[in-house]
Design a binder for this molecule. Sequence first.
Ligand SMILES: Nc1ncnc2c1ncn2[C@@H]1O[C@H](COP(=O)(O)OP(=O)(O)OP(=O)(O)O)[C@@H](O)[C@H]1O
Ligand SMILES: [Mg+2]
Length: 287
Amino acid sequence: MTTDRPQPFFAGLDEDIKVILLAQVRNLWTHASTAIEGNTLTLGDTAFVLEEGLTIAGKPLRDHQEVYGHARGIEVIYRLLEVTQLQDADIFALHRVVLTEAIMDIYKPVGAWKNEANFTTLVGPDGRQHWREFPEPAHVPALMSQWLNAFNVWYGQPLTTDTAASAYADMHLDFVTIHPFFDGNGRMARLLANLPVLRAGFPPIVVPAEGRQEYKKAISDYQQTIPDLKSLSDLRALPRNAERSRFQDLCRNYWESTMALVAEARQAQERKRVVSRRNPGAPKFQG
Ligand SMILES: Nc1ncnc2c1ncn2[C@@H]1O[C@H](COP(=O)(O)OP(=O)(O)OP(=O)(O)O)[C@@H](O)[C@H]1O
Ligand SMILES: [Mg+2]
């Protein structure tokens, strides 16, 4: 029920402090998620582009577009906190916002599930490189319907830090394992899996750009425990094993950066209160 929804992570902050915190979270989340994907803008560049609306000389247009797409995706995510049940139409709308390239290619659909096979490669225990095909396009609608059912169970529940981190990790890992889109699967997972986290009143979990090798390896290690990924047609067949637990532990640690931003904002708020108590004649701030 919406009436007993937990307070958001920025509750109780003055408007000016809240605005700064939300911008810091957006900048960090956008920078980290696009950098994982290969974007060359730094955190400073990303903040500059989003806050000043200016471009970074010599950096590709595409990198700027990706940053804007992701930042707008975060706005969509905050709006989705108001829906009680997530639907595939919400996921498609988010995909259209996040994938900003003006692609007119029927084999690269934006705002629709993939219609062609997609692959990853991995180095196996034999030291050789192997192809792996993600679940076939024909299985994606049913798999994503199961994913949404599982998601909506989490979405309706009050969550603790432990259950919120597990919800994030499971939703994230299952989404990227289904790999339902031709592109943008990582960015979409890193946005969508945060919905239960935000709804429970926590700041988003942000996979750090510098941790991308460990992050991608953890996903790949997990997928190697699925013998026939291509034919996966039932999410219940996904293993709950040590590799999944390792990914859950990683995700829990990824929370550190945004938790620190919230703590700093609360310290700033406290300093502001102390100063205003010392200067009772000063103009009152908006509480
Ligand atoms: N075997 C795998 N190895 C590495 N990453 C994988 C694997 N399977 C799924 N993934 C996920 O897929 C993402 C890449 O997929 P895709 O290119 O569709 O997403 P993206 O958003 O465009 O890129 P990125 O996630 O790199 O930012 C990875 O970030 C990771 O989350
Ligand atoms: Mg990609």
